[in-house]
Design a protein around this ligand. Structure first.
Ligand code: WT7
Length: 630
């Protein structure tokens, strides 16, 4: 497929201060990428050698299409690298985690030594409940330190964790518990969100009906005095921890043993239980945290995701801890108690590396720049984005208002399935708003047509990864055929399901999901392009576009638009917006209708669910909406 549509490729180029590249772990892209190409095996081996293994691998990669094994024969435990390695060395008193509660005054700090001890105790508590290597444990928790302790405790004893985001309802939780056959659920009595409490435990009570695999429910009590435990199945988090032995040796894991299952937020169809394994995932997340995000010993690193998403797994927990970083975590949402809260936290904690999503950035744009301008953000060194295309408008705002024109922006493209960051612009490389960047060293990516032929610059197509990488998913729980499809749709490549286009320098721009594509009069148009054009209008805060059946053109575009504060909906503004898109993309991409809305249907991880808009528009069944935020 060609996106025979005139994609605007020229963009402003931003050049960060050369000092960034000079002082970076990775160095310049050309040299680093060439070194990888010269000897891919050695490249990955070197990264793995920076970590500690109980037994060295016999072979770096075994590729038996579509099944890959990495660090074959290697024995390890990821928590040994995330905890013991630091807690028994010079870094033992280094702060591992700083937790901020939703009310601005609660704060807790754990050093590496303290975290190590808590994890070991809770690991033993799980063992006492009968959890052994290979058992599935489901976590449904608020974002507190105990959540991280519980995750690492699972990994310590080789239990396979399945984290379900605390914003999901009972039905979504139930499906995930059943699919993974979870033996133990770990939850809390309540979570907090915007000053309200969420009754997590009673949701679990509902969700475990007709879930015969569940033997125990561990409850962390936050409210005081807390309610009584009501059934034989339930146990108190701290009680079992107190009763447990303090020292727990890490379970020896094979590199290819499963580490966790994570159900994708799924903008389409039923959720998929993505399975990641211990060795390759550890190397991939460690490597990208250190070399792509350029994490330094002195950094205070804040990734605003939740552990319930892959970003939380890879870039709050495993990557940064393996790299020995100081990690800030916060239970707070971006606009509560006010839209300055995140900037306040950055100033107060001296955050140096900040990693968030385009949807959060666009929300802040809507509130206005006076909020961030009230705070001193000078500590920031690098700022990142993940989850959706970072449209040029949002890029420029992020760069100017948050990065003060100084911080490199890492617009990282990756997926739950890839486990680690795959495409971005390395720290210190020239940045092009609208483009994510090039494949990182270690990754071979391309934009191709349906037959797998490489598309020249300027011709849109499908994003594929041509060779396996260590942190790739190994299967989909109970549905290996769904796994195989990723590697068999286009040649022997991994098909990501994203539309993209590259420029002459090999920089890749993402145009949206291929199932969201709109075809007008034979032209393929990515939703992201039209949305980006709309958002570049000063009145528009957010936009989502869908294709509707059109008797003449095949499809026509309808746009849903959220206005910035201070703008009123009206017919003139509609005309203005349509004209604006026409001027940026050409007449073919002009929306035929615009509707002003106050919110858009989003997944709980912040992705717009165009499928829901489309179903509403056409009066059809939207399919699975368990991932939809209320
Ligand atoms: C899909 C994966 C990876 C963690 C969060 C999302 C979109 C992600 C970018 C980016 C353009 C992006 C893609 C991808 N996506 N990052 N920087 N630019 N699109 O994980 O829920 O598995 O979603 O998110 O469409 O396929 P996920």
């Amino acid at each position: 497929m060609n996106i025979d549509f005139n994609v605007k490729l020229e963009s402003t180029v931003y050049h960060p201060d050369p000092i960034y590249q000079k002082e970076s772990w990775m160095g310049d892209w050309n040299t680093a990428y060439q070194r990888f190409l010269d000897n891919p095996t050695r490249f990955w081996e070197e990264k793995a050698e920076e970590l500690e293994w109980f037994k060295r691998w016999e072979c770096v990669r075994q590729w038996n299409h579509p099944y890959a094994q990495w660090f074959v024969g290697g024995k390890l435990n990821i928590t040994h690298n995330c905890l013991d390695r630091h807690a028994n060395g010079d870094n033992k008193n280094k702060v591992a985690l700083i937790w901020r509660g939703e009310d601005e005054f609660s704060e807790r700090v754990l050093t590496y030594r303290q975290l190590y001890h808590q994890v070991m105790r809770f690991a033993n508590a799980l063992k006492d409940l009968g959890v052994t290597k290979g058992d599935a444990v489901c976590l449904y928790m608020p974002f507190v330190l105990e959540h991280i302790v519980a995750i690492l405790a699972c990994a310590r004893i080789g239990a396979v964790h399945s984290i379900v985001y605390g914003g999901f309802g009972a039905a979504a939780l139930h499906t995930r518990i059943r699919d993974a056959k979870a033996k133990v659920i770990i939850t809390a009595d309540i979570g907090y969100r915007r000053g309200n409490t969420i009754p997590l435990k009673s949701i679990v009570d509902d969700a475990i009906r007709n879930a015969p695999s569940v033997e125990k429910v561990v409850v962390l009590f936050r409210s005081k005095p807390h309610e009584e435990l009501i059934s034989e199945k339930q146990v108190d988090f701290y009680e079992i921890m107190r009763a447990a032995d303090p020292f727990c040796k890490p379970q020896v894991m094979d590199a290819e043993d499963p580490l966790f299952i994570l159900y994708t937020s799924g903008t389409t169809g039923t959720p998929k239980g993505i399975v990641h394994t211990c060795g390759g995932y550890m190397v991939g997340t460690y490597y990208t945290t250190k070399y792509v995000m350029d994490l330094k010993d002195s950094d205070v690193y804040w990734c605003t995701a939740d552990p319930g998403w892959i970003t939380g797994h890879s870039y709050i927990i495993y990557g940064p801890l393996a790299a020995g970083g100081t990690i800030l975590i916060s239970e707070s949402v971006p606009d509560y108690p006010n839209p300055g809260i995140w900037w306040d936290i950055i100033e107060e904690q001296g955050v140096t590396v900040f990693y968030t999503s385009p949807t959060a950035i666009r929300m802040f744009m809507k509130f206005g720049e006076e909020w961030p301008f009230r705070y001193n953000l000078d500590s920031l060194r690098i700022i990142g984005s993940v989850g959706e295309p970072l449209n040029p408008e949002a890029f420029e705002w992020y760069h100017r208002v948050i990065g003060k024109g100084r911080c490199p922006i890492l617009d990282t493209w990756w997926q739950t399935e890839t486990g680690m960051q795959m495409i971005t612009t390395l720290v210190g490389e020239p940045m092009k708003p609208g483009f994510s960047g090039r494949p990182i060293p270690g990754v071979i990516a391309d934009v191709v047509d349906r037959e797998g032929n490489s598309n020249p610059p300027g011709i849109g197509g499908l994003l594929v990864i041509k060779e396996p990488w260590p942190a790739m998913m190994r299967t989909i729980q109970n549905h290996d055929e769904r796994y195989r499809k990723y590697w068999t749709t286009i040649k022997q490549y991994y098909t990501a399901g994203d539309l993209a286009v590259k420029d002459d320098d090999g920089y890749i721009m993402f145009l949206g999901r291929s199932d969201d594509i709109i075809i007008i009069a034979g032209h393929n148009i990515g939703t992201a392009e039209v949305e980006s054009a709309l958002v570049s209008h000063e009145a528009v805060a957010e936009a989502a576009v869908i294709g509707r059946p059109d008797p003449i053109k095949g499809q026509s575009i309808k746009a849903f638009v959220i206005l910035c504060i201070g703008y009123e909906p009206g017919e003139n503004l509609k005309k203005d917006l349509i004209y604006h898109v026409r001027m940026s993309l050409g007449p073919i991409a002009m929306p035929s209708e615009i509707e002003f809305v106050s919110s858009l249907p989003k997944t709980r991880s912040g992705k717009i669910m165009r499928r829901v808009l489309k179903a509403q528009e056409m009066g059809i069944d939207p399919g699975d909406v368990s991932t939809l935020e209320e």
